[in-house]
Every structure is written in structure tokens, then in C-alpha cells.
Design a protein around this ligand. Structure first.
Ligand SMILES: Cc1cc2nc3c(=O)[nH]c(=O)nc-3n(C[C@H](O)[C@H](O)[C@H](O)COP(=O)(O)OP(=O)(O)OC[C@H]3O[C@@H](n4cnc5c(N)ncnc54)[C@H](O)[C@@H]3O)c2cc1C
Length: 628
């Protein structure tokens, strides 16, 4: 590292967004410098060390399909793995892994320290350097400056961060790290609109102080699995999670301490996560519920630390200890670390283009929790896209924007930049319109060709995928061409699967469409030898063919509107007849396409029609001028 040297990309922060950003930009050929407060907190997991779950698991698979690192880190660190939503259909089925945070962080640290073209330096960035409306570098606390063509800020929950426990508060980043105040001031000085958000975490208790014997248990799945398309599938044995519940006494104790709850006493002046409320919030919002499930999830075997999933709180320590000890199995629990709420600055993401560059400061990209999201997967996805787009900018190439019908990552970023957020934004399957198209199992077919084209996906990984796609294609063709005969053996298998026996030959593809015929049963009938994961993909495509086709038709229809671009410098205020709110919001958010305009809240459909006509008229008059 040389101080006077000019980098292509500087990444501020080494969390989930920062690591993905730095790795993707460097792997695409940029000279990258990552500046992070501590080398030791690389990809730190300050909340529950779990990766995946509904919608989040989809993001991890997409990061992997594009050539990112998160799935590999999760696979390396997993000690407990489950399939979630198995009864709710293939669209929302996903993996969730409990990870060892030390192994997870170490995986990323090794990846960034051994990545060609990527330099890492421990430092606190205090200032953004800008010139004539573009970012040119950063300054660190000890006064040195680093110059760069692009800068990506990924500072998570650290900006002007403040921790609350009971009615006390102090300046601090997560898990006792420092709060980053210089950079917070510098960002405000640029004129970007900044707000405050909040998130809470749970107390951590000593594993040996829990009575595991009396708890219900959740075991890891016993089939080999992996998040990554390229990793070795493994079975994870040994770690068992416990299940307990809050009870009447727990709720009484929490209510008793309401006078010392920052949430209730109003000492928190920021919005917390709606979909992950703290336990005191749940008791206020759902008074009719007299119990809530609490999962006891070991963080890492050596650390003896246990996470109380669903019990996040910022109540005073006395309230935490007393309420935790009302839980079955936790009567003698020892709290190793208290739960707390953390408030921090975030930047209103509507000030970003869909490729995550700020609209007002050229070449400045923002990714992760700084954009108002919550979650490792949401952060990693944005980091990956910011890294890709910074690298493309350095090469003077068009930015990469994933569409809503292409990826959950596309939905996430589109939501942020067109709608903004007033509370920590978490990815949910319900946010996605085309769930049957964006499945956990098909992330590679959707995104790996993109990863390959931009030069991020490794050649050996591309070859692995091509081989798999060939197997799927061959097997699908084979299924189309064979007929199943009504033999006694086959009918016995069918009866065993609660499926009607055959009286005459049936095309195999038709049999596979039956909902009760799993791939396991089908492969027994057809003696198929294809890998089970690939067989299940074929089975989903067969069973949901009609629905998938219908969603594809909707996508095509929507596409025609989505891709209609507003011409450069389009003046929304000149479109006559727009509603006052519509005109104001369009001029503020400056959508690039009609599709984006349609998703800004408060824009009525009549405004969209008017915009359509205005763009078409403009295009026609331009065509006529060109013809002349
Ligand atoms: C208390 C708490 C509770 C949470 N609860 C949940 C939850 O319930 N569910 C969920 O999904 N997620 C939760 N999270 C969120 C999850 O931890 C974050 O979403 C995720 O870590 C964000 O990733 P990031 O890369 O954006 O930022 P971070 O992981 O926070 O990384 C930020 C990085 O920036 C660096 N940095 C900061 N300032 C500077 C500076 N000035 N100079 C150089 N480097 C700097 C830091 O060292 C760090 O490496 C919680 C987080 C906290 C702290």
C-alpha cells in the first residue's frame, strides 16, 4: 500500500457489504483498497450468526450464482442446517444455517487477504474527499488521504452509533466497537439526506447455565446440503438447538420494568425493525398472545455462548436477567452479554441510482445497512452490486442493474431506490412479485450467465454449472420421451405414495406432474441416476409448468412498460395533468424507467398513463426529426 497511490476503488468498511464489494471489484480487475476500523471485525456477526431463511436464503444463493463469497463462508462455518418452509411450496423453500461467527469471519478474512488486487488497511475513515461533484478519495483519522476513482461506503450500524440499555445510553458501535462520528459528520456535510434507525439484539447466555435436558430440541437435517452451488454438500452433526417459550410470568416481569424501558419511555428517537420487534414491543403490540417461542441457538461450541432468538430487548439489565430466568430451561441462566438497542445514521436510499451510486456525488457508492436495510444477506447483496458497478465504472462500462423478475437482489435494490424506507428494511418473500420464477434452486440459471459475462464467476465454476445444466436438459428430454407401463411393481410404488395406480401407459412427464409424486418416488419408478438436487429441479419445473408460464407472460407484459426509459434530462414538471404529489415525487426521485415510476408510493395509475403518452410523444417527435 502506498499513500500517494491512486486506487480504482476504495471500500470503507469490512462488514458483509464491504467484503462482498471489495472482493467483487478486485476479482473484476480493479485495484481495490479496503479501509476498516479493525481487521479483527471482518464480516463480524453482531446479531444472530445465522445465514439464510425465507428470502434471505434466496439472496445468498443469488450472491453465489453471480460469483460472490457469502454462500461459501456460510458453508465453511455452518454447524446446524435446516430447510424452512418445506410445506409451503418450492418458491419459498429455503435453507437456514446456524454459523460459527469466528469461522465465518475467518473465511472472509482469508478471502480478502489473499485476493489479487485487493489491499486491506486498518484505519478509521473520517472524511470523504470530493471535487466538482465527484468523490476523489477519503481521509483517515491520522490525517493521511487515499485517492481513488470510486469510493464505496459500507459502514453498517457504526455511523454516529449510540447504544441503549435501560434508560442509560452511550456512544458505541455494535458489540462494543467504536462509534464512527467523523465520517457521519462528513456524510451529512455532503448534503445527502440522513436519518436515524434502530435495531435491537438479544442477551447471550452461558450454554452451561441452561438445562438442555428439559427443552424441546431442533436437530440439523441429516442429508448433506450446502448453500453454494459449488461447495461440497455436508451433514452437520453435534449441535442441537433448544426451543422454549415465554409465559405469563415472563410477560409480567417485562411489564413490571416498563418504567425503565427506553422503548416505552420514549428515549429512543428512531424506527426499529417492524418484522423483528423486541420482546417488550411484542408484549405491547400483541397483548392477546400469552406466549412467544424462543429458540436457544448455540453460537459456537468453544465459546459456550447461546443466542436467544426472538428475545431481543433494550430493557435494563435487571429486567433482562429476571425475564430470561422465567423461561423454561433458563431458570439459572447466566447472561454473558446483555441485549441492547443501537441507533445509527442511515442515508435515504432514494438518493441512489439503481446501481447504488449517489445521484448527487458521482462515483460515490453506498451499500449495506447504511442504505436503511437490516441483515447480513441484504448487506452482502448490495455490497456485491456496488463492487460490480464500481468496477464497471472504472472500465467505463454500463452499470449492471438486476430486474425484479430476475433476482431478489433486483427487488431489494429497486424497493430501496424507488420507495426508500422509514424502518430497517428486511427482505421478505412477499416483497417479490414473481416468486415462482425466483426460486432458491434456480439462482444459477437466472444469474450465473450474468456473473460470467461481467468476469466475476470463475471459469471452473462456470464449467461445473454447464455440466449440471446439460444433465438437467438430457434428463428432461428423456422424461418427455418415455412412457411408464402399468406393471404391478410400479403400481405398488404408486399406491405407497398415495397416488392412483396406472391402468394404461402414461407419459413419464405426466406422472411427474402429480403433486404427490416426489422426485424420490419418480426416480424409483424410472431408475433415474441424476443427482437428487437436479432431479428435484426438474420435478418443480414439471409440476408448476402452468404457473411458471403464466408468470413469464406477466413478466413479458410488464417488461414492455418497465424498459420504457425517460429520455436524459426528462422534465417531469413539464408533463401536463400530473397530480401534485406525483409531480413532486417524480422530480425528487427522478426514476429512469416507467416501471420505476410506477413503484414510487403515491403515484396514481393516471400519472403513469400520462407519462407513457409523454415519453411516446417525445420518442415519436424525435423519430420524425431524424427522418427529416
Ligand atoms: C444490535 C444489532 C442487531 C441486529 N439485528 C439484526 C436482526 O435482527 N436481523 C438481521 O438480519 N440483522 C440484524 N443486524 C444487522 C446485521 O448485523 C447488519 O445488517 C449487517 O451486519 C450489516 O452489514 P454491513 O456490511 O452493512 O455493516 P456492518 O456489518 O455493520 O459493517 C460495517 C463495517 O464498517 C466499518 N466501519 C464503520 N465505520 C468506519 C470508518 N469510519 N472507517 C472505516 N471502517 C468503518 C466497521 O468496522 C465494519 O467493518 C443487527 C445488527 C446489530 C448491530
Amino acid at each position: 500500500m502506498k499513500i500517494e497511490e491512486k486506487y480504482d476503488v476504495i471500500v470503507v468498511g469490512g462488514g458483509h457489504a464491504g467484503c462482498e464489494a471489495a472482493l467483487s471489484a478486485a476479482r473484476m480487475g480493479s485495484r481495490v483498497l479496503m479501509l476498516n476500523l479493525y481487521l479483527d471485525n471482518t464480516a463480524m456477526m453482531p446479531c444472530n450468526p445465522s445465514i439464510g431463511g425465507p428470502a434471505k436464503g434466496h439472496l445468498v444463493r443469488e450472491i453465489d450464482a453471480l460469483g460472490g463469497e457469502m454462500a461459501k463462508a456460510a458453508d465453511k462455518a455452518t454447524h446446524h442446517l435446516r430447510w424452512l418452509n418445506t410445506s409451503k411450496g418450492p418458491a419459498v423453500r429455503t435453507l437456514r444455517a446456524q454459523c460459527d461467527p469466528v469461522k465465518y469471519g475467518n473465511h472472509y478474512r482469508t478471502a480478502i487477504l489473499t485476493c489479487l488486487g485487493l489491499e486491506v488497511h486498518q484505519a478509521m475513515v473520517t472524511d470523504l474527499l470530493t471535487e466538482k461533484g465527484r468523490v476523489v478519495g477519503v481521509k483517515i483519522r491520522t490525517g493521511q488521504t487515499f485517492l481513488s476513482k470510486t469510493v464505496i461506503i459500507t459502514t453498517g450500524t457504526y455511523l454516529a452509533a449510540k447504544i441503549h440499555i435501560g434508560l442509560t445510553s452511550h456512544k458505541s458501535g455494535p458489540l462494543g466497537m467504536v462509534s464512527s462520528s467523523g465520517l457521519a459528520r462528513s456524510i451529512r456535510k455532503t448534503g445527502l439526506t440522513v436519518g436515524r434507525l434502530r435495531t435491537d439484539t438479544t442477551p447471550r447466555v452461558l450454554a452451561d447455565s441452561i438445562n438442555w435436558e428439559i427443552l424441546d430440541r431442533q436437530e440439523s437435517i441429516n442429508e448433506p446440503e450446502s448453500f453454494s452451488h459449488f461447495g461440497e454438500k455436508r451433514v452437520h452433526e453435534g449441535i442441537i438447538c433448544g426451543l422454549t417459550r415465554t409465559n405469563k410470568e415472563t410477560h409480567e416481569v417485562i411489564k413490571k420494568y416498563f418504567d425503565r424501558s427506553p422503548l416505552i419511555q420514549g428515549t429512543l428517537d428512531s424506527e426499529g425493525p417492524r418484522y423483528c420487534p423486541s420482546i417488550d414491543d411484542k408484549i405491547i403490540k400483541f397483548p392477546e398472545k400469552d406466549t412467544h417461542p424462543i429458540f436457544l441457538e448455540p453460537i459456537n461450541p468453544e465459546g459456550r455462548e447461546v443466542y436467544l432468538q426472538n428475545f431481543s430487548t433494550s430493557m435494563c439489565l435487571e429486567a433482562q436477567l429476571e425475564s430470561v430466568r422465567t423461561l423454561r430451561g433458563c431458570e439459572s441462566a447466566h447472561i454473558l452479554r446483555p441485549g441492547y438497542a443501537i441507533e445509527y445514521d442511515f442515508v435515504d436510499p432514494t438518493q441512489l441510482y439503481p446501481w447504488l451510486e449517489t445521484k448527487t456525488i458521482a462515483n460515490l457508492f453506498l451499500a449495506g445497512q447504511i442504505n436503511g436495510t437490516s441483515g447480513y444477506e441484504e448487506a452482502g447483496s448490495q455490497g456485491l452490486m456496488a463492487g460490480i458497478n464500481a468496477a464497471l465504472r472504472v472500465k467505463d462500462l454500463e452499470p449492471l442493474v438486476l430486474r425484479r423478475d430476475q433476482a431478489y437482489i433486483g427487488v431489494l435494490i429497486d424497493d430501496l431506490v424507488t420507495k426508500g424506507t422509514s424502518e430497517p428494511y428486511r427482505m421478505l418473500t412477499s416483497r417479490c412479485e414473481y416468486r415462482l420464477l425466483l426460486r432458491h434452486d434456480n439462482a444459477d440459471t437466472r444469474l450465473s450467465p450474468v456473473g460470467k459475462e461481467i468476469g466475476l464467476l470463475q471459469e471452473n465454476e462456470w464449467k461445473i454449472l454447464q455440466k449440471r445444466w446439460r444433465h438437467i436438459e438430457e434428463e428432461t428430454q428423456m422424461i418427455k420421451n418415455i412412457k411408464i407401463s402399468p406393471t404391478e411393481k410400479i403400481n405398488e410404488i404408486l399406491r405407497g405414495a398415495a397416488s392412483s395406480p396406472l391402468s394404461e401407459g402414461l407419459p413419464a412427464a405426466e406422472l411427474l406432474k402429480r403433486p404427490e409424486i416426489s422426485w424420490g418416488v419418480f426416480s424409483e419408478i424410472t431408475s433415474s441416476t441424476i443427482e437428487k438436487e437436479l432431479g428435484e429441479r426438474i420435478s418443480v419445473s414439471a409440476k408448476y409448468e402452468g404457473y411458471i408460464d403464466r408468470q413469464m407472460r406477466q413478466v413479458n407484459k410488464f417488461h414492455r412498460m418497465e424498459i420504457l426509459k425517460f429520455p436524459e434530462g426528462f422534465d417531469f414538471s413539464a408533463v401536463s395533468g400530473l397530480s401534485a404529489e406525483g409531480e413532486q415525487k417524480l422530480s425528487k426521485f427522478m426514476p429512469r424507467t416507467l416501471g420505476q415510476a410506477s413503484r414510487i408510493s403515491g403515484i396514481p395509475p393516471t400519472d403513469i398513463q400520462l407519462l407513457w403518452v409523454a415519453v411516446e410523444n417525445k420518442r415519436r417527435s424525435k423519430d420524425e426529426t431524424t427522418d427529416d
